[in-house]
Design a protein around this ligand. Structure first.
Ligand code: SF4
Length: 291
């Protein structure tokens, strides 16, 4: 029957998507040693698709992991007008996961300090970060898990390059400036497209992210559009850029702090190919190099 067939197909596709996300999260955790025996991991839950997906996948992986670790969900209620404060507790109660809702009126502080028409996100994020770190200490947390994904990481790379003149992205694992906390991003290998599809199918109770009235950062929006256009024109480009982040050749950049150019010429020669031809998967021949 066509309707039954369609349902079966949808369910198969969802299972494939779920498995892919679980595999990618598991690989990121392993590659960067994100979670270790005995860790207490605090998952920061905003009510958006990314953090719901992160918690969901981590709960599944926890039930199968060969190591013991605990999960604590944390939401910061920033007192934005219209914030539906019952949504997350109801969801988390149903899941049976330990959680903490922290109420701090950062909304009023931001409104008070930032002149009208100016971007509020940088102060808001700074305040939020401070509260998250404080709560992590109070709750004996060893790792703070954030829901940033591969596309966020690539966007940040271009934001830093275009507007900050820095070759810097968003690392999968980070020691905070004060050295007291370790931040992990287990969705680092997951695409936003997969996360959106997963979140839609799982019907997470999404809380809108525009309650504060602020617009998405204009520069990030432009970068997002640029990357989407590239991906449309050259499918696979996002993956290629992301892979480049774990394949850095310091001798072919120009950072004096990363490579000793001063003594170059007195030591063994470096590999001197400036442009590495792309590796293309050819169906019948396997992987071969062009050129
Ligand atoms: S969009 Fe609103 S809540 Fe989000 S960081 Fe910006 S000011 Fe804060």
């Amino acid at each position: 029957m066509p309707e039954l067939h369609l349902k079966q197909k949808t369910s198969n596709n969802f299972n494939k998507l779920k498995k892919r996300l679980q595999r990618e999260v598991g690989k990121a955790i392993g590659d960067y040693n994100m979670i270790e025996e005995g860790d207490r991991v605090m998952v920061c839950l905003s009510g958006g698709k990314d953090s719901y997906t992160l918690l969901d996948i981590l709960l599944t992986l926890k039930s199968r992991a060969p190591i013991n670790f605990s999960l604590l969900a944390m939401n910061l209620d920033q007192k934005q007008p219209g914030f539906p404060e019952h949504v997350l507790p109801a969801y988390l109660d149903k899941l049976g996961v330990e959680y903490r809702i922290v109420e701090e009126d950062t909304y009023s502080i931001v409104q008070d300090k930032i002149p009208e028409g100016k971007t509020t996100c940088s102060l808001c994020s700074r305040l939020r970060r401070g509260i998250i770190y404080r709560v992590a200490s109070e709750m004996g947390v060893t790792k703070i898990a954030l829901g940033h994904h591969r596309d966020d990481i690539v966007e940040t790379l271009f934001l830093n390059m275009f507007f900050g003149a820095k070759l810097k992205a968003m690392p999968p694992k980070l020691h905070t400036d004060d050295g007291r906390h370790v931040v992990i991003r287990p969705l680092a290998y997951c695409t936003e497209r997969d996360i959106t599809r997963y979140s839609n199918q799982r019907e997470f109770p999404i809380i809108p992210c525009n309650l504060c009235g602020s617009q998405e950062n204009l520069q990030r929006k432009q970068i997002k559009q640029m990357l989407a256009d590239w991906e449309l024109q050259y499918p696979g480009r996002m993956t290629s850029i992301f892979n480049a982040l774990s394949n850095v050749v310091p001798s072919h950049l120009a950072d004096l702090k990363l490579f000793d150019f001063q003594t170059l010429g007195t030591t063994a020669p470096e590999e001197d190919t400036v442009f590495d031809p792309p590796e293309i998967a050819a169906p019948a021949l396997g992987i071969y190099k062009i050129g």
